[in-house]
Design a protein around this ligand. Structure first.
Ligand code: NI
Length: 256
């Protein structure tokens, strides 16, 4: 079986010095590609260094994370644009996060619009981080309707209704990870309703570790656990889930 982890952070300090071991374990588990989510100028160079040393299995995104958007966000954006000639498969992770950054909401909304414009200019999909800001997100997305913006909601934990809502904007997927395995998670219960051809697998490692490893550090080799959970909930074989979600990732983010 072949899998793609569509959102991970191997350059995170949690993995310092262990990157090669993490990559090896993932490959052994059948995870043939790991897409690295960009955060900000503090992590970008190490991310690119790692990705460019493993083009056969790593891909980069380029984007400014909402948690790193403050009053100086235009400087951060300029720093990001220095990388625009490098290889990247998506603009991400970008979005809105009012759980931690409510005081920077206005900056976040501006930064999101600018990065949506860049994604359209570059012909790239977007990888969205969305937390406690659903209505503002859809208000912005309304302005981009019909312009070919496509992407996915990463670490999706919304309702089936929110899933249906994003479908009305065109070619949008949802990234499912460890959260679906958490007891009492709403998204876990919604898994049977979300069509497989709209699902991407992701870890968001080192965070959001799936049950039964919840509380421990997450890594890409745990992707098959997510796939098995989805397979079980949908009454499908793990092979079918692996094939379809890998194909989805290639269609949205490829060719790599
Ligand atoms: Ni992330």
């Amino acid at each position: 079986m072949e899998f793609i982890d569509t959102h991970t952070h191997i350059s995170d300090e949690a993995f310092a010095g262990e990157e090669e071991a993490i990559i090896s374990r993932a490959l052994e588990a059948g995870v043939t590609r790991m897409i690295q989510a960009d955060v900000d100028s503090s992590e970008r160079e190490p991310m690119y260094k790692l990705v460019e040393s493993h083009p056969e299995c790593l891909s980069a995104m380029l984007g400014l994370y909402p948690g790193s958007v403050h009053s100086d966000w235009r400087d951060e954006l300029d720093a990001m644009l220095l990388y625009k000639e490098r290889k990247f498969c998506a603009v991400g992770e970008i979005g809105l996060d009012y759980h931690y950054g409510a005081e920077d909401a206005e900056y976040q909304k501006e930064a999101l619009r600018v990065q949506f414009d860049l994604a359209l200019e570059w012909g790239k999909p977007v990888n969205i981080h969305l937390r406690e800001a659903t209505e503002d997100f859809f208000t912005i997305l309304d302005d981009y309707r019909g312009r070919g913006l496509r992407g996915n909601l990463h670490a999706f934990s919304g309702s089936y209704e929110t899933f249906c809502r994003i479908q009305k904007y065109g070619d949008w997927f949802v990234g499912l990870g460890g959260v679906i395995t958490f007891k009492n998670s709403g998204i876990g219960k919604a898994v049977p309703d979300i069509p497989l051809d709209r699902i991407l697998l992701e870890t968001d490692a080192p965070y959001l570790t799936p049950v039964p490893y919840r509380g421990k550090r997450n890594e890409s080799s745990m992707i098959p656990i997510i796939a098995s959970f989805i397979a079980e909930r949908k009454g499908l074989s793990p092979e079918v889930v692996a094939n379809q979600t890998t194909n989805n990732a290639k269609v949205l983010f490829g060719p790599f």
